[in-house]
Write a protein of this length. Structure first.
Length: 178
């Protein structure tokens, strides 16, 4: 019962602070839940609920606001609750971080499923071959997106990601040496 109440309180508070950078300490002070596991669990559930509603609770990332520094000049990690149809540079930065993490997972998936598809002792070679092909198609599709505007992320990060994807695609499409 308390978990549901915590989730409801956090959801209401975050929706009322739509678009504002907030830290766990801000949320804790706003809803009266101690900053700890209980609060983090409620925030995780709110993230899922927000996605189901078409809204978004962004990842916790370092604040770009120089005024938001913790003790000892440490950066404070913040998130924002964004209602459907809203976004800006912070949202784009969050989306690029998610895209990088997803591409790493897709590359890992491709490597593992290709290995199992080629393994004569695999219990499901055909299924792994299908998954490897799907991962390959995903990588190929993303590799076609060679640039992302500088307003979204620092250019060196974008070019590094594009280069990594292009290198992987080249390795996947080159004919086998025989």
């Amino acid at each position: 019962m308390q978990a549901e109440t915590d989730v409801a309180d956090v959801m209401i508070w975050l929706r009322s602070n739509h678009g504002r950078e907030v830290s766990y300490a801000d949320i804790a002070a706003g809803v009266g839940i101690p900053d700890g596991r209980r609060l983090r669990r409620a925030v995780g559930v709110v993230r899922v609920i927000a996605a189901n509603r078409g809204d978004r609770l962004e990842r916790f990332m370092p604040s770009t606001d120089p005024a938001r520094r913790g003790s000892g000049r440490r950066r404070v990690f913040v998130t924002r609750y964004m209602r459907n149809g809203h976004g800006d540079e912070f949202s784009a930065r969050d989306a690029m971080a998610a895209a990088r993490a997803a591409m790493t997972s897709v590359k890992d998936m491709h490597r593992a499923t290709t290995f199992e598809a080629d393994n004569p002792h695999s219990i499901a070679r055909k299924e792994f071959e299908t998954m490897a092909q799907a991962a390959d198609e995903c990588i190929t599709k993303v590799a076609g997106l060679d640039t992302v505007g500088p307003q979204v992320v620092r250019q060196e990060n974008t070019s590094l990601l594009a280069q990594m994807i292009a290198d992987l695609e080249a390795r996947l499409t080159e004919p086998a040496a025989g």
